[in-house]
Design a binder for this molecule. Structure first.
Ligand code: AMP
Length: 435
């Protein structure tokens, strides 16, 4: 199976070829013909599966094939939960659309709105946006969404987790009734089902192998260690194995900052990335990490979501996530595009319940290791796990999910001290380009 077998036009095939892709991934194989047919789509797919091209390519084709309005108007709208993901999707739209005459732009929070307003005023065919900033601009009448033909909700589960449901509903109200809807989500909670039922009309359903099966390429191990010795163990593992590019996950922004500082003091160049960092600090850290100048990037789940870092050799869970599915997202950063990766989790006595929840979810027992010199105290007593918003008991994965649902029901955002990040990130930049 090749891309040309999927019915894509020559301009798009040239762009795909320039990216070096020869074979469609399973999600592309299924999604591209389904979207080209013009119907709605419900796809279960995570980052790393090639889902972005799976919706971008047929979306661009439909826009290029359809009747062109006299003046440019926003005909496709892609919503993403984070600005990093918006920027990445925007890049894909520009890359794949480089031989077409469509124009695209990315808007997200955290930067001034005037350049975005200017870009929109000049005329766009495709707008990629995070919900908060888009709604701000829509309410100020800077953006007209009444001609949208295709709506994509990318990582819809994460958008709901981050509390964007009300913004999304408001945006839906200003879209035309008749349009094509594509919904991508890694998980299918009741909330996602409810959204899909409301949004989608007789959708084609696509499910590609979940990360917990595709992640077979990832070598996963647990190091049992005392809470207080995690930092030294991490520095020891990095140095001893000479790990050069390590993405480390912590549960809180504060924890990410502290760990990055401490590792840097031990001559392991490290930076933290999370929702409180300015956009330029995040971009700088990510760029340095990608080029290999920065050895360690410490991130919270929300900040790391959607980062496209290819062939990342090492992911470390400095702390296990409260939500078992986040473990799967985290280790999905390694072993991408067929390369092998290693995922290591440092687990102390507080986290045994969380570990059980993860093993239940991925349906396998993870290999447990003890590093000589870092043997855990067999008499250590579990303590409540801090999640940045106060303390709570360290329960299993189920417990973690239960907590999340409660948070949503009361209108809170998820994820401890990372939870309010998307609101503060409002504001945006981006650059108009040929889509
Ligand atoms: P995504 O799931 O859209 O974030 O894509 C994950 C990664 O796979 C990105 O780095 C893409 O550039 C890459 N990718 C997408 N499609 C293909 C393909 N058909 N063959 C190889 N790599 C691909």
């Amino acid at each position: 199976m090749t891309f040309s077998d999927l019915g894509l036009r020559a301009e798009l095939l040239r762009a795909v070829e320039a990216q070096g892709y020869t074979t469609p991934t399973p999600i592309q194989h299924q999604a591209i013909p389904a979207v080209l047919k013009g119907g709605d789509l419900l796809a279960s797919a995570q980052t790393g599966t090639g889902k972005t091209a799976g919706f971008t390519l047929p979306m661009l084709q439909r826009l290029a094939d359809g009747p062109r309005p006299a003046a440019r108007q926003i005909r496709a709208l892609v919503l993403t939960p984070t600005r990093e993901l918006a920027a990445q999707v925007g890049e894909s739209v520009a890359d794949y659309g480089r031989h077409l005459t469509l124009k695209s732009h990315v808007i997200f929070g955290g930067v001034g709105q005037q350049p975005q307003v200017d870009a929109i005023r000049k005329g766009l065919d495709v707008l990629v946006a995070t919900p908060g900033r888009l709604l701000d601009l829509q309410q100020q009448k800077h953006v007209d969404l009444s001609k949208v033909e295709i709506l994509v909700l990318d990582e819809a589960d994460r958008m709901l987790d981050m509390g964007f449901i009300h913004d999304i509903k408001k945006i839906l109200r200003v879209l035309p009734e008749k349009r094509q809807n594509l919904l991508f989500s890694a998980t299918f909670s009741n909330e996602i089902q409810a959204l899909a039922n409301k949004l989608l009309d007789d959708p084609a359903m696509i499910e590609v192998a979940r990360r917990n099966t595709t992640a077979e390429l990832v070598d996963q191990a647990i190091y049992r260690v005392d809470r207080e010795k995690k930092r030294d163990l991490l520095a020891h593992l990095i140095t001893r194995h000479d790990w050069q590019q390590v993405l480390v996950f912590t549960r809180t922004k504060h924890g990410a900052n502290r760990l990055a500082e401490q590792l840097s003091k031990q001559d392991i160049p490290s930076m933290a990335i999370h929702g409180n960092k300015s956009q330029s600090a995040r971009t700088k850290a990510l760029a340095a990490f990608k080029t290999g100048d920065l050895q360690v990037l410490v991130a919270t789940d929300i900040a790391a979501r959607g980062l496209d870092i290819e062939e990342l050799p090492h992911v470390v869970n400095f702390e296990l996530p409260n939500v078992a599915e986040d473990y799967v997202h985290r280790i999905g950063r390694t072993g991408r595009a067929g390369s092998e990766g290693k995922a290591v989790s440092l687990v102390c006595v507080d986290e045994h319940g969380l570990l059980k929840g993860i093993e239940r979810l991925i349906k396998r027992d993870l290999e447990k290791r003890i590093e000589p010199g870092f043997e855990p105290d067999p008499d250590a007593k579990p303590e409540p796990i801090e999640n940045g918003r106060g303390k709570r008991g360290g329960g299993g994965g189920r417990n973690g999910q239960g907590q999340r649902r409660q948070g949503q029901a009361s209108g809170q955002r998820r994820g401890g001290d990372e939870a309010r990040a998307p609101r503060r990130q409002r504001g945006g930049r981006g650059g108009s380009r040929q889509a």
